[in-house]
Design a protein around this ligand. Structure first.
Ligand code: UDP
Ligand code: MG
Length: 319
């Protein structure tokens, strides 16, 4: 018998942070889809598991997960000791997933479970990852523009091609999951890491709905943080800006100096310039602080990495 038959066919990894209003509906719709999909597969081990990772919720989410687990052993739960963040919760799910293919999705039903068969069909064609290309009609225009600019920027400064707005809804092969497990960085920008893997990948158009219940757990601050993480995790360009700015400033001030001296020597015009001194002082000060800040960002990363704390702590596990 093939060893692989012992593993479930599909693992679905879902991070949960205060989603009590979504869990029952999510379970119902997801189970419907997975039952159908797995029963169509005529082979052994054609089962699935749903791994709900509770990222330190302070509502009833964990209780709901425990009840589901009692009722349906295919539902597994991991509960963190506190809130560690979306991408770390996903990482924990990947660490514990046993499926031949792993699906990542959010728990708010913005990613409709009914789209999973599309992913699976492409996966069976031989792609290692199949990600959702969101139908963006529902997104606000400003979010669309900002994420487009960000995507171009990230692609420009690194060779990683991700859309921060494309979300995490996707299917991944066991092989990709094993590779992700080998990545030891503490700051996780998971979509970037998956894109970094390479392998064959493709996207499928999927619907994107409004949240079923509750409010978004991503504040603007968390989003900016994730975006900045994405850039600094995959590119050293912010560090190099110091060189560019320095070179540019030196070049411009050299030309300007020559001009001032010529004016003084040839025409006897005295150098006046409280305004220009103040303007250039603030300008240079700003640049210096920006560059120092980005150096600090990288040092912070190194510090975090050297401390080598565990990525997350599990309070309770239902398997
Ligand atoms: N989430 C999480 N930890 C957090 C924030 C969010 O596990 O600290 C989960 C959340 O429960 C949801 C997913 O990550 O399943 C995406 O979050 P959300 O829907 O709030 O983000 P948005 O869709 O608004 O970008
Ligand atoms: Mg959402």
């Amino acid at each position: 018998m093939n060893m692989q038959n012992h593993y479930p066919l599909l693992s679905v990894v879902i991070p949960v942070y205060n989603e009590e209003g979504n869990i029952p509906e999510l379970y119902r719709r997801l189970t419907d889809v997975l039952e159908k999909l797995c029963s169509e597969e005529q082979r052994a081990g054609n089962d699935y598991e749903i791994i709900l990772v509770d990222d330190g919720s302070n509502d009833n989410s964990w209780q709901l997960i425990s009840e589901l687990h009692k009722k349906d052993p295919r539902v597994k739960g991991i509960s963190f000791s506190r809130n560690f963040g979306h991408h770390i919760a996903l990482t924990a799910g990947l660490d514990h997933a046993e499926g031949e293919a792993v699906i990542l999705m959010d728990s708010d039903l913005q990613d409709p479970p009914e789209e999973i068969p599309k992913f699976y069909a492409k996966f069976k064609e031989g792609y290692e990852t199949v990600y959702a290309i969101r139908d963006k009609k529902a997104e606000p225009a400003l979010k669309k523009i900002v994420s487009w600019i960000y995507m171009k920027m990230l692609k420009g400064v690194s060779n990683v091609d991700v859309n921060i707005n494309s979300g995490i809804f996707r299917i991944m092969s066991k092989r990709c999951v094993q590779d992700i497990r080998r990545m030891k960085e503490k700051s996780r920008f998971l979509t970037g890491l998956i894109s970094w893997l390479g392998y064959s990948h493709t996207g499928v158009m999927t619907a994107r709905h409004e949240r079923y219940a509750g409010k978004s757990k991503y504040s603007l601050f968390k989003l900016i943080n994730l975006a900045w993480h994405g850039i600094t995790a995959f590119s050293r360009v912010p560090l190099q800006t110091a060189t560019y700015f320095g070179f540019l400033a030196a070049f411009i001030s050299f030309l300007y100096g020559v001009y001032l001296i010529a004016r003084k020597v040839l025409y006897g015009i005295p150098v006046m310039g409280y305004t220009s001194i103040m303007a250039s002082l603030f300008f240079l000060g700003g640049i210096i602080l920006f560059v120092l800040g980005s150096i600090g960002e990288y040092i912070g990363r190194i510090y975090e990495q050297v401390q080598d704390r565990p990525l997350y702590l599990v309070r309770e596990r239902l398997k």
